[in-house]
Design a protein around this ligand. Structure first.
Ligand SMILES: Nc1ncnc2c1ncn2[C@@H]1O[C@H](COP(=O)(O)OP(=O)(O)O)[C@@H](O)[C@H]1O
Ligand SMILES: [Mg+2]
Length: 264
């Protein structure tokens, strides 16, 4: 599959549930191969924005386009990973991934699908557990399997909504590293939109951070994240540039919260 021109454009986007405006005036572009973090407090509309990009919701006004085409619904060009493992509980782990392989390669035989699924599982460190069912795996392993499933779709866009939010810190760090490794190792690179409410996670992973404010949800600031890769946590968390950026983002979020308190 060619990834040429796999950029995202969001223009004058508005989204409302009845009278409640959830998102308003969002303009955001993500270029092909870029890793964008969407950072914001709970309730700022991060998940809603991701669901609009995924085609699981339709805009009230404005436009979302992926690869130059308006998003009109879900598609295999946009793989989605949610916070809670989206695996079919009645299928073995390898069959869960093979099902995604089948979407990317409908003409492959059952045996070939399984073989590719097995390779994808090995890539995320799950080479040994394919024949088990999801409930037999730990939370961290289930989320690895969900990521293997998303990667098996070979989609040029990868949309992730707090995918590591439910994990313990050790598994979280492992999967962060794994994600960056897979993303950096694929050619051409996937275009990633990664939702998080964790500033450190955004700065560790992303090329750019779009900061969202609430009521209504909108992008209040954007920051390029230029730290060299591969990024080592220990070095990064000591870096003066990291602390400076972290403070700038915290200030932007505080200023937005204060503006709302004063207006109320
Ligand atoms: N189905 C829904 N109906 C009405 N309001 C909703 C619905 N889903 C989310 N919201 C509201 O939209 C806002 C943004 O939610 P969400 O996108 O989940 O934010 P975030 O992911 O940043 O926490 C919240 O105020 C939430 O209460
Ligand atoms: Mg959310």
């Amino acid at each position: 599959m060619t990834h040429a021109g796999h950029s995202l454009r969001i223009e004058r986007l508005k989204f409302a549930y009845g009278d409640a405006t959830i998102l308003d005036g969002i303009d955001l572009s993500v270029h092909e191969g870029e890793f964008l973090a969407l950072l914001g407090p709970s309730g700022s509309g991060k998940s809603t924005l991701l669901r609009l990009i995924a085609g699981l919701e339709a805009p009230t006004a404005g436009l979302v386009s992926a690869g130059g085409r308006p998003v009109a619904g879900p598609g295999t060009d946009r793989a989605v990973v949610f916070q809670h493992y989206a695996l079919f509980p009645w299928m073995t782990v390898v069959d869960n991934v093979a099902e995604a392989v089948a979407k990317a390669h409908p003409t492959l035989s059952r045996g070939e699908r399984r073989e590719r699924a097995q390779a994808q599982l090995a890539r995320v460190g799950l080479g040994e557990v394919g024949r088990h069912h999801p409930f037999e795996l730990s939370g961290g392993m289930q989320q690895r399997a969900a990521i293997a499933r998303a990667l098996a779709l070979e989609s040029p866009f990868l949309l992730m909504d707090e995918p590591f939010g439910a994990l313990d810190p050790i598994n979280r760090a492992r999967l962060q590293d794994l994600l960056v490794e897979v993303w950096r190792g694929s050619s051409p690179r996937r275009t990633v939109v990664f939702v998080t409410h964790d500033v450190d996670e955004a700065l560790l992973l992303a090329d750019r951070v779009a900061v969202m404010g609430a009521n209504p949800g909108r992008v209040i600031a954007e920051y390029p994240v230029a730290f060299d890769r591969p990024r080592q946590r220990a070095a990064l968390f000591k870096d003066a540039g990291f602390h400076h950026l972290r403070e700038e983002i915290a200030d932007a979020l505080d200023a937005d919260t204060l503006a709302h308190l004063e207006a109320a």
